[in-house]
Design a protein around this ligand. Structure first.
Ligand SMILES: Cc1ncc(COP(=O)(O)O)c(C=O)c1O
Length: 392
């Protein structure tokens, strides 16, 4: 089947966090202006229809006419679908019993922090990074230990000397890795992953790898799951259908944890969590039959990045931008304009009426940056960029 990602689907009035965000963006301090004319490209959420097999599976589930208490635990199809997907797509194998359901990836990170660290312990993250990492650490009374990434002309690398020093601190107990990295878009190379794993394991740090963007990479790139690079069974990997198939509202993450003792502790802290009947059906359909859609989606997203890069080069050459290796997130450096971050914000959010995310929320390393999520029909992206460019 050929999917049409150019099709604009009106999501206003559908309880969409992205398009019905009036209250939310205010509450979280993202911006004050949000009205009927706002173009929202702030949240990592796609404006495309889900794969047809997912829609069919959900219709079939509705036709069952009952949505009672539900469990995935006695359904081998659920586990097989996950295992087969990662084996096929990432050449990564793990046993069915290592899979723990979580209603969200961020929720799983919170549980991991609670299960494997104590109040006051340090948790290493690499800023600028997806800001809920900071939130889950601080809300549990743990301390953020920041191993800042090194930005060399828009290409980010890891400061391994600093990472090793911070991992050696007796207070450091965990590292949360973002792989691929949101927002800088790096897919970590096997050598980098090997070094990260080695540093964490030799210093007795629990390593949690958030790989929720692992399927969403450029067509010419390869993603490497860390658990394939280092076989230590204590590494925790977060996966989800949420991002890959635009199903975040179905809340379906699966955490892979092979170590039995750690898994028991993690599962106990997670408590009894069951996916909804819709999540189960959608996950099985997506992982078993969603590949054709994903391959077409990746080509479309590559096209959107190409469009963005060319647009910036032509109309806003002072914005420094590199097409990311992974994720559908653009990380744009506005420092070339010599404007304050507040002025940049005002021009984009208030004057152009486009909502992105100010880079500062990802850490001070992001002060001069704006994060844009581009998985929307190209016409929406074009309109947003045209509006922004008129203000610069
Ligand atoms: C790195 C990363 N982890 C987790 C999430 C959120 O995942 P979930 O909706 O499963 O909690 C996001 C969403 O943008 C993300 O970028």
């Amino acid at each position: 089947m050929i999917y049409n990602f150019d099709k604009v689907i009106n999501r206003k009035g559908t309880n969409s966090i992205k398009w019905d965000a009036r209250e939310l963006v205010r509450k979280f301090g993202i911006t004050d202006r949000f009205d009927d004319d706002t173009i929202a490209l702030f949240i990592a959420d796609m404006d495309f229809s889900c794969p047809q097999p997912v829609l069919d599976a959900l219709h079939k589930r509705v036709d069952q006419k009952m949505f009672g208490y539900t469990t995935h635990l006695s359904d081998p199809e659920y586990f097989k679908a996950i295992q087969n997907w990662f084996k096929r797509r990432q050449n990564w194998e793990f046993p069915a019993e290592s899979i723990v359901y979580s209603p969200g990836t961020v929720h799983a990170l919170k549980i991991a922090v609670k299960a494997f660290t104590k109040p006051g312990d340090g948790v290493i993250i690499q800023r600028p990074v997806y800001y809920p990492f900071t939130r889950v650490i601080e809300e549990q009374g743990r301390k953020v230990v920041n191993n800042s990434l090194i930005n060399t002309n828009g290409y980010y690398t890891i400061d391994f000397v600093d990472l090793e020093q911070k991992a050696k601190l007796s207070s450091s107990k965990m590292m949360i890795l973002c792989s691929p990295h949101n927002p800088v878009g790096r897919i970590w190379k096997p050598e980098e992953l090997d070094q990260i794993a080695r540093i964490c394991l030799t210093n007795d740090l629990v390593l949690v790898s958030d790989e929720i963007h692992g399927d969403l990479i450029r067509t010419n790139e390869t993603f490497y799951p860390i658990a394939n690079i280092n076989q230590d069974d204590k590494i925790i990997v977060c996966t989800a259908t949420n991002k890959t198939f635009n199903m975040a509202g179905l809340h379906c993450s699966n955490i892979i944890l092979r170590n039995v003792v750690m898994r028991e502790k993690f599962s106990k802290m997670m408590g009894i969590q069951m996916p909804s009947p819709f999540s189960i059906s959608a996950l099985i359909a997506a992982y078993n039959e969603g590949e054709e859609w994903l391959e077409q989606l990746k080509i479309y997203i590559d096209g959107n990045f190409d469009f963005l890069a060319k647009f910036l080069e032509k109309k806003m050459p002072d914005v420094k931008f590199k097409i990311p290796e992974g994720t559908y997130i653009g990380w744009m450096d506005f420092s070339g304009y010599n404007l304050s971050p507040e002025e940049v914000h005002d021009r984009i959010y208030n004057k152009a009426n486009v909502v992105l995310e100010d880079g500062k929320i990802f850490g001070e390393e992001g002060l001069d940056f704006q994060r844009i999520c581009i998985p929307s029909p190209r016409s929406i992206l074009e309109e947003a960029l045209n509006r922004i460019s008129l203000e610069f």
